[in-house]
Design a protein around this ligand. Structure first.
Ligand code: KG4
Ligand code: ZN
Length: 378
């Protein structure tokens, strides 16, 4: 099935075309991922526009999505033409939430008009499910690698490593979704069957990175800036709290950590005046945030006997978090438990993940109303 996907939940306008086949929603089949080829995945980021405001401005995001959507759609058609192909699809899927409602509506309205014009079925998709399934997306170039691999066993192995074969998630699995709006821990019993274990009670992990960055004087979005500075900083410069780390639940809280950064900067103004001070603050903040995320996720994996741990969402781009969680899982669970992260192209918001989420929702018969729902849950 050819799936056209549209994503406009925050500050990225994205369109993708996927070929997806197989997978299943019943019994054992639900453990088998579908075969996926990402034909095109186009993303336009609005970060430079929102940067001067220190965060995303919903009405500016809406204006930019309205401008970008027809341009991206035309570019998609053009890219396919250049490959001797044409833009055709059997299903359209669009993010209906969670996210900024004025931004979500632009995608929904565009998708509805396109569905009416082309007579194509339209399916709503959940952005968080998109992040969850993004781990199954083959890395760009995988299709080429798979075709090239038709020749021999060695080449086939190489292709699989590059992502030509979607990873099999062994169940039960624990998934940590960490993005700008969410910190969500799930137990997955199949690809279409999961239970919420815990979530943040206040700020999301990405939001905490963004707010701490602002306090340190770094531009939006703060996550990548903190990660970059933290590489050279002393993580023990400030001993920040690890909120809720020992509580016997799977919830998170990051607002106390952000407040601790605020007080530190207020009481030690010289710290943000030097490169070493800013780097130390970034490293100390990042160490505290990672400590909490890793400790709680590893505990969940241990308690449910997980055979896989999945890390996804924008904050999953953070290499220090990836490395610490991989180490934590290996130490607690041994090699029997796989650690999976999306290909680096699909950590941040994109439409390829929405194409897959829409396809999976369609398979399992979930129907999301075609209405923006800012606080839609998994
Ligand atoms: O998933 P995403 O692209 O959008 C939402 O669904 O929210 O995530 C964006 C968030 C932002 O808060 C951003 O600062 C954070 O992901 N982020 C990072 C990194 N790259 C992006 N956080 C920590 N380290 C990074 N390298
Ligand atoms: Zn996202």
């Amino acid at each position: 099935m050819r799936v056209l996907a549209i994503e406009t939940s925050c500050d990225e306008t994205a369109i993708a075309l996927l070929s997806v086949t197989g997978g299943g929603a019943e019994g054992r089949a639900a453990s088998r991922p579908p075969r996926i080829e990402v034909r095109e995945s186009l993303v336009t980021s609005q970060i430079p526009i929102h940067r001067e405001f220190g965060g995303v401005v919903p009405n500016l995001a809406k204006r930019e999505h309205l401008r970008n959507l027809p341009l991206l759609y035309a570019r998609l058609a053009q890219r396919l033409r250049a490959k001797g192909s044409r833009l055709a699809f059997d299903m359209i899927t669009v993010t209906v939430g969670p996210g900024l409602e004025p931004a979500l509506w632009t995608g929904i309205n565009f998708a509805e008009a396109l569905a009416a014009r082309t007579g194509t079925p339209l399916v709503g998709a959940n952005h968080l499910e998109g992040h969850l399934y993004s781990v199954l997306l083959p890395s760009p170039g995988a299709a080429r690698a798979t075709r090239a691999a038709a020749g021999g066993a060695k080449a086939r192995k190489t292709a699989a490593r590059r992502g030509g074969t979607p990873p099999q998630i062994a169940f039960p699995a624990i998934a940590l979704i960490v993005s700008g709006g969410h910190t969500t821990l799930l137990r997955m019993d199949s690809l279409v069957d999961w239970k919420l274990l815990g979530e943040t009670r206040d700020d999301a992990a990405g939001e905490a990175f963004d707010k701490a960055a602002r306090l340190i004087g770094l531009p939006y979005p703060g996550g990548p800036e903190i990660e970059r500075l933290a590489r050279t900083g002393d993580p023990h410069m400030a001993e920040f709290p690890r909120p809720m780390i020992h509580e016997k639940n799977y919830d998170f809280s990051f607002s106390g950590l952000k407040t601790a950064v605020l007080y530190y900067v207020r009481d030690n103004p010289s710290a943000v005046a030097t490169d070493a001070g800013r780097a130390g603050l970034a490293a100390s903040f990042q160490a505290a945030a990672i400590d909490v995320l890793v400790t709680k996720t590893v505990r969940a994996a241990r308690e449910c006997g997980a055979r896989a741990v999945v890390l996804c969402g924008g904050v999953a781009s953070n290499k220090a978090l990836r490395a610490a969680l991989a180490r934590g899982v290996r130490k607690a669970m041994g090699r029997e438990c796989a650690f999976l992260v999306p290909s680096s192209s699909y950590n941040l918001d994109n439409a390829a993940m929405i194409g897959l989420a829409g396809y999976m929702a369609h398979l399992r018969g979930a129907h999301y109303p075609l209405r923006a729902d800012g606080s839609l849950e998994v």
